[in-house]
Design a protein around this ligand. Structure first.
Ligand code: 4AD
Ligand code: MG
Length: 477
C-alpha cells in the first residue's frame, strides 16, 4: 500500500478504514502515543499503538528520530488537540535512532547548536516551517514574473566580469596553486588556466541580464550569487540567492513600482499558502522576544507586520532628504551612531538605514537618487551631475532588502564612468554593445532572497533561513 502524507490525513474529511503513513517519531508517550511527522506539515499525526499486542523489543525501538511505517485506520481522536489519529494495526521500524545519541532531542535547542547540526535541524518544527516557507516563497517569485510575461534567464555562475565593481569575488581556477605558471612579467599566466582567462564566481547576474532585457523586454534571474566580503554579520552570506528582474523602457519610478508590487505579491501568496507555519513562527518569535528588554521588542507580531507591508505603500525618500533627517536626529546629535553623519555624500550604514525605517518612518522605505560615487558604475547619472538613479529598499529589522537602479543607457557617459573607475572596457565589450546597438532606457533591481525569507519568517540571523549557510570560516556540509 502506498503511504499517505500526514498533511493529507490531517485534512481528511472522513475516517478511513485502511491507510499507511511513514515518517519520523517526534515523541513517544506512555508507551502508546507516537507523534509522527513526515515533513508535509508542521503538525504531527498521533498514532495510537496497541502496546499490549506489540512486542517489548519493538516498543523500545520507537524512539525520537526513528523512521517508522504505520498501517491502520484513520479514526476520530478521543483525545483533545486533533480531529483524527491513526489506530495502529501494524508498526514497522524502518530505521532506528539511538535515543541517547540523536542530537535533536524533544526540547529547546539553541540556534547556534542547531546551526552546527544543519543536516538535522530541519527535523525540528522551526526549521521545517522555515524551509517550507522558503520553498513557497521561491515558487511565488516565479509565479509573479511568469504571470506578467517575464522570461526566466539563467545567467552564468562562472564569469570574467565583476558586475558590482566591488572586487569581492571568489576566483575560479584549475591552475595548480602550489605551482602557478608565470608570464614574462612574472605575473600569474591565466592564459594557461582552464578558460584561458581570469574567472570568478558571479556576484550578480545583472550585466548578462541586461543583454537579455534588451531583446526579450522583461526578464528575471533567480540564482546563486557569491561574495567574498568578510562581513560576519547576521545579514550577510558568502553564497546567497538573488532575484534580478530587468526591464527595457522602465525608468526608476517604474522600477520602484515593480519592486513594491512584487514584494507585496510574494508575501501575500506565502501568507495564504503557509498559514500554519507562519502562525508557528509568530509564536516562536514572541517567545524569543520575551528574553529581550521591553524597548527592543518589536511592536507588532509577525503576521501583523506582514499585513502592514501589504497594506501600506513604501515611503519614497531621496537620499538628500534622508541625510537631512539623519543629521538632525537625536542619536546622531548625541553621538549614539557608530558612524556620525556630518555631510551629504556619506555612505549609509545599517544603523542609519534601520533608524530611518524603524524609528523615523516606521514603514518600508525606498531611498533613491544616491551620490554617484558611493554606487556602482552602471547607474544612470542624473542631470545634477552628482547623483545617480539608484534605489535601495529598506525593511524593518532587515535594513537593505533590495538594491536597484535605472541603468546608464548613454554609451559615452558609461564609457567615461568606466574609465574614471578603472573598469576595463575590453572585459565588458559585450556589455557596451547593448549601448552601441539599440540602447534604451532600462531598469532593474536585485532582491536578496534570504533577506526576504528572514523578513517573512521573523528569524533574525540569515544563517537560519538557508539550508547550509556559507559564511567566513564555515563551509560545513
Ligand atoms: O545591492 P546589491 O549589491 O545589488 C546588485 O547586486 C545589483 N546587481 C542588483 C541589480 O540591480 N540587479 O545586491 C542586491 C541585494 C541586496 O539588496 C541584498 O538584499 C542582497 O542582494 N545581498 C546579500 N544578501 C545576503 N548576503 C550578502 N552578502 C548580500 N549582498 C547583497
Ligand atoms: Mg546594495
Amino acid at each position: 500500500m502506498r503511504h499517505t502524507r500526514v498533511s493529507d490525513l490531517l485534512s481528511s474529511t472522513t475516517t478511513l478504514p485502511e491507510i499507511n503513513a511513514k515518517g519520523w517519531v517526534r515523541t513517544f508517550r506512555n508507551n502508546q502515543f507516537i507523534a509522527l511527522n513526515d515533513g508535509s506539515t508542521l503538525n504531527n499525526i498521533q498514532c495510537v499503538v496497541d502496546f499490549e499486542n506489540t512486542p517489548d523489543e519493538t516498543l523500545k525501538r520507537i524512539t525520537t528520530g526513528a523512521a517508522v511505517s504505520v498501517t491502520g485506520s484513520l479514526v476520530e481522536s478521543k483525545g483533545a488537540g486533533q480531529k483524527y489519529e491513526i489506530q495502529v494495526a501494524k508498526l514497522e521500524i524502518l530505521g532506528d535512532s539511538d535515543a541517547e545519541k540523536f542530537p535533536m532531542q524533544p526540547k529547546k535547542h539553541s540556534l547556534e547548536f542547531l546551526r552546527e547540526n544543519a543536516h538535522l535541524r530541519v527535523r525540528t518544527n522551526a526549521f521545517g516551517a522555515i524551509m517550507r516557507v522558503r520553498s513557497v516563497l521561491s515558487f511565488a517569485v516565479h509565479s509573479y514574473f511568469q504571470q506578467k510575461g517575464f522570461v526566466y534567464v539563467n545567467t552564468p555562475i562562472i564569469t570574467g566580469a565583476d558586475a558590482e565593481g566591488a572586487g569581492e569575488m571568489f576566483q575560479v581556477t584549475s591552475l595548480p596553486l602550489d605551482n602557478l605558471p608565470k608570464n614574462e612579467e612574472g605575473n600569474i599566466d591565466y592564459k594557461k588556466d582552464f578558460f584561458g582567462k581570469h574567472t570568478n564566481l558571479t556576484v550578480s547576474g545583472q550585466l548578462e541580464g541586461e543583454t537579455f532585457a534588451m531583446a526579450l523586454g522583461q526578464i528575471y534571474t533567480f540564482g546563486p550569487t557569491f561574495r567574498a566580503e568578510n562581513s560576519n554579520t547576521s545579514r550577510h552570506l558568502a553564497e546567497f540567492w538573488m532575484i534580478e528582474p530587468e526591464v527595457a523602457f522602465n525608468d526608476l519610478n517604474d522600477n520602484m513600482d515593480l519592486a513594491e508590487d512584487f514584494i507585496q505579491y510574494v508575501i501575500k501568496y506565502t501568507m495564504e499558502k503557509c498559514s500554519d507555519d507562519l502562525k508557528f513562527l509568530e509564536g516562536r518569535l514572541l517567545e524569543e522576544e520575551k528574553s529581550k528588554p521591553q524597548a527592543e521588542r518589536s511592536e507588532m507580531g509577525l503576521l501583523e507586520k506582514l499585513n502592514f507591508v501589504l497594506e501600506n505603500n513604501f515611503k519614497r525618500v531621496s537620499y538628500t532628504e534622508a541625510i537631512d533627517i539623519l543629521r538632525d536626529c537625536t542619536p546622531n546629535k548625541k553621538k549614539k551612531f557608530q558612524y556620525i553623519i556630518n555631510e551629504w555624500g556619506a555612505d549609509l550604514q545599517s544603523e542609519h538605514e534601520r533608524y530611518l525605517v524603524e524609528k523615523h518612518f516606521k514603514c518600508p522605505v525606498i531611498l533613491f537618487d544616491y551620490p554617484a560615487n558611493i554606487k556602482a558604475f552602471y547607474m544612470r547619472l542624473n542631470e545634477d551631475g552628482k547623483t545617480v538613479r539608484a534605489m535601495d529598499i529598506l525593511f524593518p529589522g532587515i535594513g537593505e532588502i533590495v538594491g536597484g537602479s535605472q541603468r546608464e543607457e548613454r554609451f559615452d557617459v558609461l564609457v567615461e564612468k568606466m574609465k574614471a573607475l578603472g573598469i576595463d572596457e575590453e572585459v565588458l565589450w559585450w556589455y557596451l554593445d547593448t549601448r552601441r546597438f539599440g540602447s534604451a532606457v532600462h531598469s532593474g533591481f536585485g532582491l536578496g532572497f534570504e533577506r526576504l525569507v528572514l523578513f517573512v519568517t521573523g528569524m533574525t540571523n540569515i544563517r537560519d533561513v538557508i539550508p547550509f549557510p556559507r559564511t567566513p570560516m564555515n563551509a560545513e556540509f
